[in-house]
Ligand binder design. Structure first.
Ligand SMILES: [Zn+2]
Length: 260
C-alpha cells in the first residue's frame, strides 16, 4: 500500500463525493445495487483516509457495516452488474446475488436464466446450480448453520451475520434509556419537554429491535420460501424469542428435526 497517498488530504471533489456518499448510503443501506458502486468508489479512491486508517473501520463507524457485509454487497453488486443486458433484473435480492457471486463468471448468465424459470426462490435455485458445479469439480463445502445448528439456506448467511449490528443498536439504545432515566429521576430541566411516556416508547423500541434479531431459521418457511413468508417478513429468520413463543407447533417440529 502506498503510505504517502494515504496521508494525502482530500481534494475538493473528493470531499464533496464523500459527503454525498455518506448521506446516500445511510439512506439506501437496504438497497445493495444502489449502495455498492458508492462503497466501491469510496474504497478504491480511499475517500475514508482523512477519517479512518482503513475502509473497514470507516464503514463500521458510519453505518455499523461489518467487513464481511461490505465485501458481500460489493461482490454481489459487481456479479449482478456483470450479467448481460436485462438479466440482472432476474436476480431479485441480495441473497440470490450472493450465491451468483460464487458461481464462475462465465457460467452466471446461464445459471440465472435457469434459476429464473424455477419460480419460487431464485437464491435456492442458484445455490442448487452452484452445488452441482462444485460437485462436478469435486469440491466439498460445509453447510452454515444457525445458533441451534439448523442449516441456513443459500444466500441467507450474510443476514444472519448481521446479528452483531442488532446488538450494537441495542447497546446504544440501552445507554440512551439509562441516560434519560437519570435525567427524569432528577427532574432535570434538560428534559422538561420530554414527557414520561417517551420512556415507554424507548422500552418498546428496544423490545421490537430485539425481536427482529435474526437468530433462528424461520420455523414457518425454513428460510426457503422467505419471499412470501409473513412470519419472517422475507428475511428467512425469526428471533429466538419468537421461536420459543411459537404456538403453532412448529417449534416442536424443529426441535424434533434437531433431535432436541
Ligand atoms: Zn419465513
Amino acid at each position: 500500500m502506498n503510505i504517502k497517498s494515504l496521508q494525502e488530504p482530500l481534494t475538493k471533489t473528493e470531499k464533496s463525493d464523500l459527503e454525498r456518499y455518506k448521506v446516500a448510503i445511510t439512506k439506501l443501506a437496504h438497497s445493495y445495487m444502489e449502495c455498492y458502486p458508492m462503497l466501491l468508489d469510496l474504497r478504491d479512491r480511499r475517500l475514508y483516509r482523512e477519517e479512518c486508517s482503513t475502509f473497514e473501520e470507516f464503514c463500521q463507524k458510519h453505518w455499523g457495516f461489518t467487513r464481511r457485509w461490505v465485501n458481500e454487497v460489493i461482490g454481489a453488486g459487481v456479479a449482478v452488474q456483470g450479467l448481460p443486458e436485462n438479466l440482472g433484473t432476474k436476480v431479485p435480492n441480495l441473497a440470490a446475488a450472493r450465491v451468483l457471486k460464487k458461481i464462475k463468471p462465465e457460467k452466471r448468465a446461464d445459471a440465472v436464466k435457469k434459476a429464473a424459470k424455477n419460480g419460487d426462490s431464485v437464491a435456492q435455485a442458484l445455490e442448487d446450480i452452484r452445488k452441482q458445479q462444485e460437485e462436478e469439480a469435486g469440491i466439498v463445502t460445509h453447510e452454515a448453520t444457525d445458533c441451534e445448528g439448523y442449516p441456513i439456506p443459500a444466500g441467507l448467511e450474510e443476514f444472519y451475520d448481521r446479528r452483531s449490528e442488532t446488538d450494537a443498536i441495542l447497546r446504544q439504545l440501552t445507554q440512551v434509556r439509562v441516560w434519560f432515566k437519570k435525567l427524569w429521576d432528577a427532574n432535570d430541566p434538560l428534559v422538561r419537554y420530554v414527557p414520561q411516556h417517551v420512556r415507554q416508547h424507548l422500552d418498546d423500541a428496544w423490545t421490537c429491535i430485539k425481536e427482529s434479531r435474526p437468530d433462528v431459521v424461520c420455523l414457518h418457511c425454513d428460510g426457503k420460501n422467505s419471499e412470501k413468508c409473513g412470519a419472517c417478513k422475507g428475511t428467512g429468520f425469526i428471533s429466538r424469542w419468537r421461536a420459543d413463543n411459537d404456538t403453532t407447533g412448529k417449534r416442536a417440529a424443529r426441535n424434533k428435526k434437531l433431535k432436541k
